[in-house]
Write a protein that binds this ligand. Sequence first.
Ligand SMILES: *Cc1c(COP(=O)(O)O)cnc(C)c1O
Length: 420
Amino acid sequence: MHDFVYREGELYCEQVPVSRIVKEVGTPCYVYSYSTLVRHFRAYDSAFKNIPHIIAFAMKSNSNLAILSLMAKEGSGVDIVSGGELYRALKAGVSPSKIVFAGVGKNPDEIRDALKADILMFNVESSAELRAINDVAASVGCRARVALRINPDIDPKTHPYISTGLKKSKFGIAADRALEEFKLASSLKHIEVVGVHKHIGSQLTEVTPFVEALKKVLKLVELLKQDGINIQYINIGGGLGITYSDETPPLPQELADAISPLIRDLKVTLIMEPGRVIVGNAGILVTKALYLKEGEAKSFVIVDAAMNDLIRPSLYGAYHEIRPVLEAAGHRPKHQVDVVGPVCESGDFLAKDRSLAEVKPGEALAVMSAGAYGFVMSSNYNSRPRVPEVLVKDGEIHVIRARETFDDLVKGETIPGFLK
Ligand SMILES: *Cc1c(COP(=O)(O)O)cnc(C)c1O
C-alpha cells in the first residue's frame, strides 16, 4: 500500500500532484510520502506488539537525515553498516541504545566510534573481527556487547546479489562452527555476548525461509544455554520483500504470526532490521522524457534520469514500474520500448522491452517503488550532480536534500602545483 495514486488522470503523492513537484523542484528527483513511511513502520511494529522487540531500520536502504529522524520519532532504531551511517544516525537523533552495527569489514576507527557512542551491539561476522573488537574495547576501557551473525545456509530464493545466508556467502559464521565461536567470544575479557544474529537476504517473498533460518538459530540458542551462555537478543535481520510488479510477499503480520510462537516463551528481545519493506514503496523517482529514438532493432525512450540515479535495473536486472505523471485523456497506443538514460554505458537503462503507453517528449514519468536502494546507491558517474530528494507531508513539499551543483562535483579535488 502506498500514497502514489491517480486522481482524475494525474499522479499524486498524497495530496500533492507530482506535476507540481516537477514544476517546483525539476527532474530528476526522488519523492517520498510521509504517510506511507509512517504507516509501513507502524504496520511492522504493531505486528510484533505481543513480544518484546526493537525495530532497527536498515538505513543502508535510505539514509536521508529526514527519513531517519522520522523513523527515530516513530521509535525505530537503526541497523548501521559503517562509521558514516553511525554519524548520520546520531545526527538524526536515533537512540544509541537501538543501534546495531553489521558488516564484514568494520575498521578500528568505526569500532571505536561505535563503542564511544555506546550502541546496543555489534553483529560480528568472524573470529578475526571478534578479536579486533575486543582489542579496541580494551583500549577504550569498556566491554563491547556483541551478537554473532550466523550463516544458517538457507536459500532465500531471491537474486544472488542480495542473497546472504548461503554457505558460499561472505556473511556470517557457519552454523556448525558457531558454538566454538561463541565460546571464544565469551572467553574474551572485553566482549559481552548478548545475542545471535542472522540475515539471509533481501526481497524475500515467502515466510518459510525466515522460519527455517530461525529454527536453526533457536537450536543454537538451546545449545548455548547448556554451555552457560545466555542469549538475550535474537536478531532475525530484514529482508521482507515488496511488490515491484506482481510479487505477493507476506505482510509483516504474516511474518509475525509465523515467528512469534517460536520465541514467545524464550524471554528474549527480538530485533528486526527491515529496510526495503518500510521505504521501497514509499518513494518514486520522477524523470522527464527527452527524446524518442527509433533504433534498428528497438525503440528507445531517452529520459533525464540514468543508472547513476537508480542503479537497480542495471545492477540486479530489477523491475520498476514506469507510469506517466499525467495519464493522457483517452487511450494511448502501447509500444515496446527500452527506457534509457543519458549515461554513456549500454548498461544504462531503467526498463527493457517494456510495453508502455506512448510517451511524448517532455512529459514526466514516475519510476515506481524507488524509495529503497535508490538515492543511496546513486553516484556522480558521468559528472552528473546527484538529484534532490523531496518529502511530501500534509499537502506540502519539503526538499530534504538539495540538487547537487557543479561545485559539489569537484568538492575536495585539487590540481597539484606542478600542473599549474
Ligand atoms: C541489507 C540488510 C538488511 C535490510 O534488508 P532489506 O531487504 O532492505 O529489509 C538488514 N540487515 C542486514 C544485516 C542487511 O545487510
